[in-house]
Design a binder for this molecule. Structure first.
Ligand code: MEV
Length: 443
């Protein structure tokens, strides 16, 4: 066991790292080494670029990169780039896009673009005194002393939107926050916000110690716990929606439009009240959201954290989408708080991210938020549509069938025959294996 502990792994070069791994975990045969090296890019410069994205890179981890075309969004046609491993997601998105194409498509709007961060601190003194000092002195000083950091962002139309003092002492004794609101324009803004907050924190400490309003005891009580952005951005939100006359909800299953609309609305309402269903319902939304977020080089963990926090902001986890039927009109929408960037991070470095943004007509960050919301809504529409008509497995397993056939090592000829056999049959790993065995015996 001890031999598996290594000092200075990061100092080894890539070959040395792989050799060590191969010895320790690959049984020394070279198979592991071959796999890792096989996924290197032939272009050495490109590989070097990828190597330098993170620490200790030894290979590339591929995800399928697909396109869901025919998305009519605010009267423009888009093809959505999606990076995802789950077989049915791109097909489901494409199916939704096609469904809404002749019904006015997807409409979106930006509901806000303000991002947040906090200084969390402890202060043992009178809250009202702190608030007065904050309003009459500190707030202005925080803005003034962070000018060097905010200058460029301000020139691009962004910067600090507001700074507030929040009393949280009812939740934790002596706990307060300085809450900063920011507009970070086309960048996701994590570095900008965190740098501003750290500067606020320095200014706060010095100005507080300098002030003659607080006594020694109060001064000694100030403890800054941390300064960090919040990935929960309820004021940075995009809405995507679809609507049509109920009679136009014609599904290929043959289900009458009125029944389809009613069942669909019930399905959404169930997700609104039942967290067990809401988790799966929202997971389906995130299938669409994450795949475009990854394809455009954005931080899908931040996006996930934000969406799920919003889904529980009323104290109970609920659906991110909603459905309404009024005067024979069906309306289905998603309000998605999401913070994205089209500059910074990998966005100008990763060749496929550059390609994705190009496919999307190089949108602004605000436009990208809306496109991603459409991907989430489309995915949810496709999932609910299947669930209330044919059931999910028909489409899912059809897409998964190729994975099963590949796992079983079928030849191209066998693959074709198996796909044909299972066109109308129930699919399972066991049944596909049995059919392949039968085919092979017949040959
Ligand atoms: C599977 O990845 C996602 C679904 O389960 C979503 C849903 O049930 O709404 C199909």
């Amino acid at each position: 066991m001890k031999s598996k502990i290594i000092e200075g792994f990061s100092k080894l070069n890539k070959e040395q790292k792989i050799n060590w791994l191969n010895q320790q975990y690959g049984g020394g045969s070279g198979d592991l080494k071959n796999i890792l090296e096989q996924y290197w890019n032939h272009n050495a410069d490109l590989q070097k670029l990828h190597d330098e994205f993170t620490e200790n890179t030894i290979s590339n981890f591929y995800l399928p990169y697909g396109i869901a075309p025919n998305f009519l969004i605010n009267d423009e046609i888009y093809a959505l780039p999606m990076a995802i491993e789950e077989s049915s997601v791109v097909a489901a998105a494409s199916k939704s896009a096609k469904f809404w194409l002749d019904k006015g498509g997807f409409k979106t709007k930006l509901l806000g673009n303000t991002k947040l961060g906090h200084i969390h601190f402890i202060y043992k003194g009178e809250g009202s005194k702190l608030l007065q000092w904050f309003n009459t002195h500190l707030k202005e000083e925080l803005i003034k002393q962070s000018k060097d950091l905010t200058k460029n962002m301000q020139m691009r139309g962004g910067g600090i939107v507001n700074i507030e003092l929040i009393d949280k002492s009812k939740e934790i004794e002596n706990y307060y926050q300085i809450k900063g609101s920011f507009n970070t324009q086309d960048s996701m803004g994590a570095n900008f916000i965190n740098s501003c907050l750290e500067q606020f924190s320095k200014t706060f400490k010095t100005e507080f110690q300098k002030s003659n309003i607080f006594n020694e005891e109060e001064k000694n009580s100030l403890q800054i716990i941390m300064s960090i952005l919040s990935n929960y951005t309820p004021d940075c939100m995009a809405r995507a929606e679809v609507s049509c006359k109920i009679k136009d909800l014609k599904d290929d299953s043959g289900m009458p439009p009125e029944e389809f609309a009613w069942k669909f609305k019930q399905a959404v309402e169930i997700a609104e009240v039942e967290p067990y269903r809401a988790a799966t319902h929202n997971k389906g939304i995130m299938n669409g959201v994450d795949s475009v977020v990854i394809a455009t080089g954005n931080d899908f963990r931040a996006v996930e954290a934000c969406a799920h926090t919003f889904a529980s902001h009323k104290g109970k986890y609920t659906s991110l989408t909603h459905c309404d039927i009024k005067n024979d009109q069906f309306r289905f929408w998603l309000d998605l708080p999401i913070s994205l960037g089209i500059v910074g991070g990998l966005t100008k470095l990763h060749p496929l991210v550059i390609a994705s943004l190009q496919i999307l007509n190089n949108p602004s960050a605000e436009k990208l938020m809306q496109i991603v919301a459409v991907a989430g809504l489309a995915q949810n529409f496709a999932a609910i549509r299947s669930l209330i008509t044919t059931g999910i497995q028909k489409g899912h397993m059809k897409m998964h069938l190729t994975n099963i056939i590949n796992q079983l090592g079928a030849t191209e000829k066998e693959k074709k025959e198996i796909l044909n056999i299972f066109k109308e049959k129930t699919i399972s790993h066991h049944l596909v294996a049995a059919e392949l065995e039968r085919l092979r015996k017949e040959q």
